[in-house]
Design a protein around this ligand. Structure first.
Ligand code: IPE
Ligand code: IPE
Ligand code: MG
Length: 253
């Protein structure tokens, strides 16, 4: 499937974002505030994932992408990393039936080779079992980094087309896009980061070129349908110009 590039074609956009990408941040602080171990925040965060999937499905979102573990999160204490992996395994084991019932197709993107064999097998099975669903595509970014994505896409492109190394002028967005980890999805319309930080933290750096960026202080375990509605109301008020002027938008030529 070919992806429409926001820098090459002006996308048609509506009041409801077609693709929502979320950095689920603030689990640790949510827990610390309650004098709980950070890991308790991650456990609670899974409930917020369920709420987000349901709310987005009901509102007609087609693609929901959640940043679960960054390529830099390995730098955390070993105990926290291993809890996060166990939580990932447990959630995959428990939630797939529910996803099928909700019409959710699950995709996992990231450098999955770093995960153990059991987790990789569960990922494969979950993707296969939800493959035919079409209401909402839920993508979990795990061991994902935006720079990794661009580099792996370049490597895959050159492997498939070694002649391109001799003709670098042929390298353009249309050549690279199909090799990006999320080539099956349009670029995100709305980016949400919970937890109060205003940074991208190596998320979908290529794909966020023209995405509307929304930041909220709400910690991820507290995020739910009401917060999604707030973000969507904010989004509906944006004027997405894609380089044009406001006047051009009011009087299309
Ligand atoms: C996000 O919450 C979850 C992951 C990165 C896995 P954090 O764990 O980053 O929570 P804070 O930012 O420390 O509060
Ligand atoms: C980004 O959150 C990654 C995920 C939510 C998975 P971090 O908490 O790791 O980001 P930084 O380190 O504060 O930038
Ligand atoms: Mg954080």
């Amino acid at each position: 499937m070919s992806q429409i590039s926001s820098t090459r074609t002006i996308p048609v956009t509506g009041r409801i974002p077609r693709h929502v990408a979320i950095i689920m941040d603030g689990n640790g602080r949510w827990a610390t505030q309650r004098k709980l171990p950070r890991t308790a925040g991650h456990v609670r965060g899974v409930q917020a994932v369920r709420r987000a999937v349901e709310a987005c499905g009901h509102r007609g979102v087609e693609y929901l992408t959640l940043f679960a573990f960054s390529s830099e999160n390995w730098r955390r204490p070993a105990q926290e990393v291993s809890l996060l992996m166990r939580l990932f395994v447990r959630t995959l084991e428990r939630e797939v039936d529910k996803l099928v019932a909700q019409g959710v197709r699950l995709r996992i993107v990231g450098d999955l080779g770093a995960f153990d064999a059991k987790l990789r097998r569960l990922i494969d099975e979950a993707e296969q079992r939800t493959e035919q669903q079409s209401t909402l595509t839920l993508t979990i970014a795990a061991n994902y980094g935006g720079r990794w994505d661009i580099l792996q896409a370049m490597q895959a492109l050159l492997k498939a087309h070694p002649e391109m190394a001799e003709h670098p002028e042929q390298l353009d967005e249309d050549a690279l896009n199909p090799w990006l980890a999320m080539a099956y999805a349009p670029e995100p319309d709305l980016f949400i980061r919970t937890g109060g930080e205003q940074r991208i933290s190596n998320f979908l750096i290529w794909q966020l070129a023209y995405t509307e960026l929304y930041f909220t202080d709400c910690y991820w375990p507290d995020f739910g349908a009401a917060q999604i509605d707030q973000a969507f109301a904010w989004y509906a008020d944006r004027e997405r110009r894609f380089g044009r002027t406001s006047e051009q938008l009011r009087t299309p030529t």
